[in-house]
Ligand binder design. Structure first.
Ligand code: PLP
Length: 401
């Protein structure tokens, strides 16, 4: 007998549970396209060369110890992170209107942001895109922020439902928080154009809503850190306030190191200082202070000219390999004459393709072809390589015919 006798079996996580199922499968041709983690052409996880070099220097440095970091993390890491996403010449940084805290990757940054909004912001409603990364639905209510959806994806065009998005933001209350994927929208791979971003920005500002950017893929969408940050920078450039959650999981491959940052762009330096003081009070009882190792790696890469330059090359290499896989998959389906339109595979952006395959087709592909993906038909393009892409094309062909 147990005091936990009444505890019910919980469901697997919709994304991480795919890997659990994959690991149980013994088939030699199995493919995991579930989790959004980069794989090499050989299908292996990648530790970036710049990370290895930075890490070696940190380990060799006898002055680096394992003491606690401050509650808000490594100061230089925070400063460099804000510069990376906003641009070093961003007026808000120059005017000292920003505050950045080191958090536990993107998820932890969103969670701290949620907690702060729940405690210190008058409007505890956040609008998130439909669909979105599933964890958004769970993170915000824990901070006391209720979640509502705005239209985002149009299944008919497999593109952006721009009109629906604008209508929903227009009818959202003044002051509401609006969650925006900075680039490479997950799960759809559909981003607004620069012109659409401009209209979105104007609408959000005119409604006095508060933008909260989730930046989990900077550099991964286009291969350029600056280009992928453009929407965030245009919001910061208009002088308005905003929040940004950054993750180094994907673009530096630091998934398990849990390193990310939460930045507040505030109306004045004085407000930024007070916000920071309250962020400390939010963080201290949650996890006290963040881990040091990953932040030191990021600090080293961002502060060293050569490492930074080499990082941009490695990052572009990852982004380009993914884009190549889009074309290989598209070509393979075209060659087979697979029914349906598949141009969205090459049009969508970032790590994922939202295939349009339905739940039954996904189940079929897993059962018959040992291909694992989330039930919404999202596939991680990073899990594809020259060897397995034809296997996937065959499976899709069989699923739709
Ligand atoms: N936000 C989005 C949209 C994501 O896709 C992810 C990861 O898949 C995250 C945030 C957070 O990831 P992590 O906590 O590993 O940085």
């Amino acid at each position: 007998s147990s005091v936990w006798q009444g505890v019910e079996q919980g469901p697997e996580d919709p994304i991480l549970g795919v890997t659990v199922a994959f690991n149980k499968d013994n088939h030699p041709d199995k493919v995991n396209l579930g989790v959004g983690a980069y794989r090499t052409e050989e299908g292996k996880p990648l530790v970036l060369d710049v990370v290895r070099r930075a890490e070696a220097a940190i380990v060799a440095d006898r002055s680096v110890n394992k003491e606690y970091l401050p509650i808000i993390g490594l100061a230089s890491f925070c400063k460099l992170s804000a510069q990376l996403i906003l641009g070093a010449d961003c007026p808000a940084i120059v005017e000292k209107r920003t505050t950045t805290v080191q958090c536990l990757s993107g998820t932890g940054s969103l969670r701290v942001g949620a907690e702060f909004i729940g405690k210190h912001y008058h409007q505890t409603i956040i609008y998130i895109p439909d669909p979105t990364w599933g964890n958004h639905n769970k993170i915000f209510p824990l901070g006391g922020v209720s979640v509502r959806k705005y239209r985002y994806y149009d299944p008919a065009t497999r593109g952006l439902d721009f009109q629906g998005m604008m209508e929903d933001l227009h009818s959202a209350p003044s002051g509401a928080v609006v969650l925006l994927h900075a680039c490479a929208h997950n799960p759809t791979g559909v981003d607004p154009t620069p012109e659409q971003w401009e209209q979105i920005r104007r609408l959000i500002r005119s409604k006095k809503q508060l933008p909260f950017f989730d930046s989990a893929y900077q550099g991964f969408a286009s291969g350029s850190l600056d280009r992928d940050a453009a929407p965030v920078r245009s919001f910061a450039g208009d002088g308005g306030e905003m929040l940004i959650a950054q993750s180094y999981a994907k673009n530096l491959g630091l998934y398990g190191e849990r390193v990310g940052a939460l930045t507040f762009v505030c109306g004045s330096p004085d407000v930024a200082k007070r916000v920071e003081s309250q962020l400390k009070l939010v963080i201290r009882p949650m996890y006290s202070n963040p881990p040091g190792h990953g932040a030191r790696i990021v600090e080293a890469v961002l502060s060293d000219k050569q490492l930074f330059q080499d990082w941009t090359v490695e990052l572009k290499g990852m982004a380009d390999r993914i884009i190549t896989m889009r074309h290989k998959l598209f070509d393979a389906l075209k060659q087979k004459g697979t029914p349906g339109r598949w141009s969205h595979i090459v049009k969508q952006i970032g790590m994922f393709t939202f295939t349009g395959l339905n739940k039954d087709q996904v189940v079929f592909m897993t059962k018959e072809y040992h291909i694992y993906m989330t039930a919404d038909g999202r596939i991680s393009m990073a899990g594809l390589n020259s060897k397995n892409v034809h296997h996937l094309a065959e499976a899709i062909h069989a699923a739709v015919t």
